[in-house]
Design a protein around this ligand. Structure first.
Ligand code: SF4
Ligand code: SF4
Length: 78
């Protein structure tokens, strides 16, 4: 009985953790972006690419490190 309780608790914690990670999704506000390219250069996961003259984040590659957020001079990444 005790083992079942702890197993269920572990499963719940794993599900909650996965949801939290998936909630970390950065997006670029096109209106504030000045296309300086700092975010593209800093991303070590190649998760930011240009779509025309504005960068976009490829969510499937982004690991949520936040480095792009810290270098953006216009605070355009949230
Ligand atoms: S949060 Fe990190 S991995 Fe995601 S786009 Fe920004 S720099 Fe790249
Ligand atoms: S760092 Fe900010 S302003 Fe520069 S290209 Fe990226 S999102 Fe745009």
């Amino acid at each position: 009985m005790k083992k079942t309780f702890w197993a269920l608790l572990l499963i719940i914690l794993i599900i909650v953790s996965c949801k939290s990670i998936s909630d970390i999704a950065f997006k670029i506000d096109e209106d504030n972006c000045i296309s300086c390219g700092e975010c593209v250069n800093v991303c070590r996961h190649n998760a930011i690419v240009y779509d025309g003259d504005k960068p976009v984040i490829i969510q499937s590659k982004c690991v949520g490190c936040g480095e792009c957020v810290s270098v953006c001079p216009k605070s355009a990444i949230k």
